[in-house]
Design a protein. Sequence first.
Length: 170
Amino acid sequence: MSQLRFPGVPLVEVRAATDADVPAIRALMAPHIASGAVLPRAVVAADFLVACVQGRVEGCVALTPWTDEVIELGSLVSARSGLGRLLVEAACEAAVARGCQQIVALTGVADFFLRCGFEPQGTAPWAVARGMVAGPPAVAAKARKCAACPLLAGCAQTLLARPLKIRLAA
Ligand SMILES: CC(C)(COP(=O)(O)OP(=O)(O)OC[C@H]1O[C@@H](n2cnc3c(N)ncnc32)[C@H](O)[C@@H]1OP(=O)(O)O)[C@@H](O)C(=O)NCCC(=O)NCCS
């Protein structure tokens, strides 16, 4: 997908994950699932992008559609400073290529996403799933999935969103 090379700086490549990357993605995510920073999920290579440094997977991010227009960026892990933002930008690029209009994140590190151009949104899907408020269609669609999550009762993740540039046909 993209490669960066600067003199004296290791080669970084962000690309679509393959089945061979699944063990490395699981290993990256495991400590953050244990700490509660990242939600557990099935690791299907087709959902993930990985960031590789000198060929080694050191970061990952997953894209999960909520609707045709709205897609969630999740399971973001960076084991090396700088890869977090790189993966967010790559995920946004991939979401544009899929025709999405908005990318969202549910997170405990809202400040990081603010640094990456996201803005807080009013209604989180966990609040809709708990029957506390009504939400717009995309949030309600995610809330139906949250309703089956064993972590719903304690969830307090912040919902942030970033609009995506739409590519117009020539
Ligand atoms: C959050 C995480 C992905 C950030 O990755 P990273 O590679 O360290 O981030 P970057 O170096 O690209 O940082 C980009 C910017 O965000 C800032 N930043 C990084 N982590 C931050 C945090 N936890 N809170 C606030 N700002 C943060 C950086 O200082 C940098 O700021 P700048 O705009 O001044 O340059 C990484 O710390 C991580 O994997 N955390 C554990 C898992 C997790 O919480 N994932 C998010 C779940 S949605």
